[in-house]
Design a protein around this ligand. Structure first.
Ligand SMILES: Cc1ncc(COP(=O)(O)O)c(C=O)c1O
Length: 457
């Protein structure tokens, strides 16, 4: 049995893929067994969800006749199973560290399937990228010099993008203003060991309109590069495609109804991820491609006419619906009145929005631990981890449970693959790292668990 918990009348039940919904609604006993066996919290990963997300984005690009390169932003989750799924589906990988690069290479990624982003690449990272001729997004004139200094005398030309800092991101430490890009172009034109492949940007926020504005700046620089005799072939628009965690109308209703009293802190956090935005990632991309660009042409038409590849590195959007995290309840402690704190085995390092002064505005799902649900009055509770840190809180939001949870029940956070489940995980108090398992099906279609380690994928 599955009980959603919520502020009565303004709930935020997660949107669930059918496989996940089935597991939570009908196979609670199985999930309880898995947590008993593998520990709490338990992260379950569905690699095929990533492939479905990738296919949905591809479909939009194909529908608009735009040549494309989709790189999965591997930073979003530590699962090698998700990286493998992206590679198996013909996608590329965006690596932001030497270690992400090595894992992607071990999983079979050749250089042409890789783009390296990030502002502070080390010499060792540059060297290994150069060794496999991976595409490198250069963040600054300083990085360009560092990269040139580590190029061997004889080699295939090293492909690079230059990362633009669009005008809307004037205070960002990432990328270069247009003048610096032009200086880099001149430097590249005089360096035969480099191949200029185009421009890159990644913006904060989730508005497709901001990407159109940045593309206009990039288009001017692409024209300038061509005038200088260079042959750019790509503009990479970064990530930032949205996920819909909850229904849009329910989300709006929740935001409109929430008050400071809904939080044990007495304060509504200043910002939230747009958990119930109006657009799916595919619709977002459709809007972007159909947006008016220049001289009456759409963005899609611009890419086609200029024979440019549209690159992108979605992290979160490709990981949509690709994992859940199950926490076992240790204790339900009364705090006075109808309020309680629910302690879970695990910590807010595995459900980490509160560390960013925000909240995961998605209701957890209660899986009773085998007992028959008894008649009880609803209780309000916030969720805390098992550490001695006062800030170790998974939800500052008061959650209303129609039936009081008990020790041994599970609380499941859905859709945790994108920056939720393992961004901050660690071994504080010597607790072992949470287990992550892949959900697969055997030849007869039965659910099967498989390790999600680089050795086993
Ligand atoms: C350069 C770059 N590309 C892509 C991404 C992925 O962004 P998202 O997960 O929002 O799609 C990030 C995230 O920080 C990034 O820094």
């Amino acid at each position: 049995m599955t009980l959603h918990c919520h502020k009565l009348g303004a709930g935020l039940p997660p949107i669930l893929r059918s496989e996940t919904a089935d597991l939570l609604a009908r196979r609670g006993a199985l999930l309880l067994d898995w947590v008993a066996h593998h520990g709490s919290p338990l992260n379950l990963v569905w690699p095929e969800a990533l492939q479905e997300n990738l296919a949905a984005l591809r479909e939009v690009l194909i529908e608009h006749g735009v040549e494309h390169a989709i790189y999965y932003g591997a930073k979003v989750n530590k699962s090698p199973g998700l990286v493998q799924a992206a590679l198996d589906a013909g996608g590329g990988i965006d690596v932001s560290s030497l270690y992400e690069l090595r894992d992607a290479r071990r999983l079979g990624a050749g250089g042409t399937r890789l783009v390296a982003t990030g502002p502070a690449k080390t010499k060792a990272f540059h060297q290994e990228l150069v060794a496999c001729n991976a595409l490198i997004s250069v963040d600054s004139p300083e990085e360009l010099e560092d990269l040139i200094s580590c190029l061997p005398a004889a080699m295939d030309a090293q492909p690079i993008l230059l990362r633009l800092q669009p005008e809307s991101q004037g205070k960002s430490r990432f990328g270069m203003k247009a003048e610096a890009i032009v200086r880099c172009l001149a430097r590249i034109a005089g360096e035969g060991r480099l191949r200029f492949d185009g421009l890159h940007f990644h913006l904060g926020g989730y508005r497709w309109q901001d990407r159109v504005a940045a593309l206009k700046e990039a288009a001017g620089l692409i024209a300038e590069a061509r005038n200088m005799g260079l042959s750019p072939r790509m503009i990479d628009i970064g990530g930032g495609l949205p996920i819909q965690y909850v229904d849009h109308q329910q989300y709006r209703a929740h935001l409109a109804a929430q008050t400071p009293d809904d939080y044990r802190t007495g304060k509504i956090p200043a910002s939230f991820y747009p958990y119930g935005g109006p657009l799916s990632a595919a619709d977002w991309l459709r809007r972007l491609l159909r947006a008016q660009f220049q001289e009456g042409q759409t963005v899609a038409r611009y890419f086609k006419r200029q024979r440019l590849i549209l690159g992108m590195e979605p992290g979160r959007a490709l990981a949509d619906q690709a994992a859940i995290t199950a926490f076992r309840i240790t204790r339900v402690k009364a705090l006075g009145g109808d309020t309680h704190v629910i302690f879970v085995e695990g910590s807010s390092f595995s459900a980490c929005e509160t560390w960013f002064a925000s909240e995961f505005l998605v209701d957890p799902i209660l899986i009773p631990g085998g007992r028959q649900p008894s008649a009880s009055s609803p209780i309000r509770a916030y969720l805390a981890g098992h550490s001695c840190l006062d800030d170790d809180v998974l939800s500052n939001r008061w959650l209303t449970f129609p039936v009081a949870p008990q020790a041994g029940d599970l609380l499941v956070h859905a859709n945790t693959a994108g920056y939720q489940m393992d961004l901050l995980e660690n071994e504080f108090h010597r607790h072992p790292m949470p287990t992550r398992l892949r959900m697969l099906r055997d030849a007869e279609g039965r659910l099967m668990l498989a390790p999600d380690t680089i050795e086993e994928v």
